[in-house]
Design a protein around this ligand. Structure first.
Ligand code: IVH
Length: 700
């Protein structure tokens, strides 16, 4: 895999010794923030990990420059002095990480070699798979069943004594249960992760906001800040919780075995009996392949849990093998952490540009150096409006944190101020429309800025593309690019002109062939019969989206009735208040809109609510099949490609599963989707094969 240059990594042209020294300084700086600063990390975790990886690689390439105190080989940060030091009886180590199936398999292969297992015994090896909780690790010491000390990890050898604070956490037993008195004699150490459930995190931030205090950027930072309070009362009010995942027994461990069990899964069972919360997602599986399946399955469900996880941990179940496997300087070899794709990354904000919507609204957006985050590549992100840019103080040239969690729209969280070049000028909202040059206007009390020229080319493109979009007249193939081409060529002035287009005219344009031109005319033709709800959406009336349009279509007979009933009758419709009613009335009172509607009528567009059942426009060659599209195709946008699948009766889901028929891969496809497709043996189609599939339903 090629490595992206890291924004915080020193210049590659420097001598190795200098790079190593600068990297160590940078890693120490961020480690200190990550572990000891209540407001948490300054840079995303993935960037921090990237720096440590860079340093580790360099030290491996130049062993003569490696030192034992390098942050590449030590974990965490030394104690801050806020709490008494607590020395760990057994070092609290970190975990090696894997970011792909290949890396999990490689870990499996190393394990097999080290244990000298033949293929059959290796395939029969059991692993305990657990969620990797995004919290902070804690060591709990019990003496004769009573909690005597709770310590943070610190640098792995010496942590901080946070007993008084941990004692306030309801789910941490102060006395161990489930065993007779004698059975718990001696020392027991339990390790686990302290975390803040999502509900408690949201409640805490709501309280912070109400008190005018700084918000916590994520539940992990909030958990760390809450645990490291001077006043245990404060910790008590934060709603922290714990998952226990390790039991270390004293030499004279409890009787009735536990001390001599050789299975991690048994130890977890004992933890449960002692009254500690053990994560219910934990599974005992056989073979490395099953470990990977657990990881991907958990990744798919990560957002349905009510606490944050950032990966999965697999541990060899047979504890008696641990001694033979040993550990590296910072991690045991009997476990591996599979890290999910990062949700936050930093990247360079190259430019702030603005786009003009169909209503003339001007939206600033960020043009970023493309970055892999949340499982996809992000190069653009909306910045919403002028105030948002100002409140985040985003400036072109800033290094910014980009966040994308799952299918959520990517967001620019904010600049990393420590990385801002000196004298970087603030960004000013443009005063003129970049498309038509007219003055932009922001009304008092409103956050949005508008281009008021309704003839603005950008607005015309957006309006005509909106008319053809899926929730509107659903005309396949009329995306923004095509519409721009049609407007530029003079073949259309607005969407009403679609209905006069002839195949010969389209054929003369770039990118059209005889078949595609005919298909487009056919698609336009059949859009004449769309139901009233689609037509209402297509008109682009302010505040009238699919929901309002369906209420109107359910209440009124046809478009003529909607135009004539008047504001009061409109406002009386369920879900349509006075604001929407007045917006609709205003729309139809404008002569240019009336003229547009009349041109649609002359073009034979149906205005009626009861225009009969929709006839499928194209042969349903993909009925009952499921096609996943990933990466960039040259002739189709993602949306168009997915619509083409749906129009043929198929489904176009966002993820690959055993039910997927085929995966269409354009340039820069999602690695996870391709890996999954290969594993499941699914056909992977290029653009041509995809087009053939659309035409004939046949797979290569
Ligand atoms: S086992 C010897 N299991 O991940 C390592 N760690 O990156 C023992 N973590 O320091 C740790 N969930 O804070 C283990 N189910 C889990 C975990 C887990 C989260 C954290 C833990 C550890 C870090 C390593």
């Amino acid at each position: 895999m090629t490595k992206e240059p890291h924004p915080f990594s020193p210049d590659e042209s420097l001598a190795p010794a200098e790079r190593i020294s600068l990297l160590r300084e940078t890693v120490r700086h961020y480690a200190e923030k990550y572990y000891n600063d209540p407001s948490g990390s300054e840079i995303p975790d993935a960037d921090y990990d990237g720096l440590v990886d860079d340093l580790t690689r360099l030290e491996e390439q130049h062993p003569e420059l490696a030192t034992i105190d390098s942050p590449a080989v030590s974990v965490g940060a030394p104690p801050s002095g806020l709490f008494p030091p607590a020395r760990h009886r057994v070092a609290m180590m970190s975990l090696d990480k894997a970011v792909s199936l290949d890396e999990i398999l490689a870990w499996g292969n190393r394990t097999q070699r080290l244990l000298d297992l033949d293929a059959e015994s290796f395939d029969g090896l059991s692993f305990v798979c657990e969620p990797k909780i995004d919290g902070l690790s804690i060591s709990l010491s019990y003496h004769n069943g009573r909690l005597v000390r709770a310590a943070t990890r610190g640098d792995g050898y010496v942590g901080e004594d946070v007993t008084a604070n941990v004692a306030t956490i309801g789910s941490v037993p102060k006395h161990l249960g489930g065993a007779g008195d004698g059975e718990l004699a001696g020392e027991i150490e339990i390790r686990g992760e302290v975390y803040l459930p999502l509900a408690a995190f949201e409640e805490l931030n709501a309280r912070q906001a109400a008190n005018g205090m700084k918000l916590f950027s994520n539940p992990r930072n909030a958990a760390a800040g809450s645990l490291r309070q001077r006043d245990p009362e404060v910790t008590a009010g934060r709603g922290l919780s714990i998952w226990a995942y390790q039991l270390l027994l004293g030499s004279d461990g409890p009787s009735g075995n536990p001390g001599r069990t050789t299975r991690h899964s048994d130890l977890l069972e004992i933890l449960r009996r002692l009254g500690l919360p053990v994560n219910p997602e934990t599974r005992l599986v056989k073979g490395v392949q099953a470990v990977y399946e657990f990881c991907t399955e958990l990744q798919g469900r990560r957002y349905s849990l009510d606490y944050e996880i950032d990966g999965a941990v697999a541990k060899i179940d047979d504890v008696s093998l641990y001694g033979r496997l040993g550990s590296t300087s910072h991690a045991p070899r009997w476990a591996i952490a599979y890290k999910f794709p990062p949700e936050e990354r930093s990247t360079l904000l190259e430019q702030i540009l603005v786009s003009i919507g169909r209503t003339g609204r001007v939206t600033p957006f960020a043009k970023l150096v493309p970055v892999r985050v949340g499982g996809s590549t992000v190069a653009l992100a909306s910045l919403h409006n002028e105030d948002q840019v100002a409140s985040k103080d985003l400036r072109p040239g800033d290094t910014v944190v980009v966040r994308k969690a799952g299918d959520v729209i990517p967001e620019v969280v904010g600049p990393i101020l420590s990385a801002r070049p000196e004298g970087l000028p603030t960004w000013r909202f443009p005063s003129r429309c970049p498309a038509c040059g007219s003055a932009l206007v922001r009304l008092q009390g409103e956050s949005d800025t508008y281009c008021l020229n309704s003839e603005c080319t950008a607005q015309r493109v957006q309006r005509a593309a909106h008319f053809a979009s899926r929730a509107a007249m659903d005309i396949e193939g009329l995306g923004e690019q095509r519409v721009t081409q049609l407007l530029d060529s003079g073949l259309i002035r607005d969407a009403a002109d679609y209905y006069a287009l002839r195949a010969e005219q389209l054929e003369a344009l770039d990118g059209f062939g005889a078949v595609s031109a005919r298909n487009m005319v056919a698609a336009i033709e059949s859009s004449r019969r769309r139901p009233l709800v689609n037509l209402l959406v297509a008109l682009g009336i302010r505040h009238v989206g699919s929901t309002v349009a369906s209420s109107l279509a359910a209440r009124f007979f046809d478009l003529d009735e909607v135009m004539e009933v008047g504001e009061d009758a409109l406002g009386a419709v369920e879900g349509v208040g006075p604001v929407i009613a007045s917006s609709i009335a205003r729309f139809f009172s404008l002569p240019e809109n009336r003229a547009f509607v009349e041109r649609l009528r002359s073009a034979g567009v149906s205005f009626g609510a009861r225009s009969g059942p929709e006839v499928p426009r194209v042969p349903q060659v993909l009925a009952g099949r499921s096609v996943v599209v990933t990466g960039t195709l040259s002739r189709w946008s993602r949306d168009e490609a997915e619509r083409a699948v749906v129009a043929r009766g198929g489904r176009a889901p966002g993820s690959v599963s055993a039910r997927t028929t085929a995966v269409v891969a354009g340039a820069g496809p999602g690695a996870a989707k391709i890996t999954r497709a290969v594993e499941l043996g699914l056909p992977i189609l290029d653009e041509e094969a995809f087009e053939r599939l659309l035409d004939t339903g046949e797979l290569p």
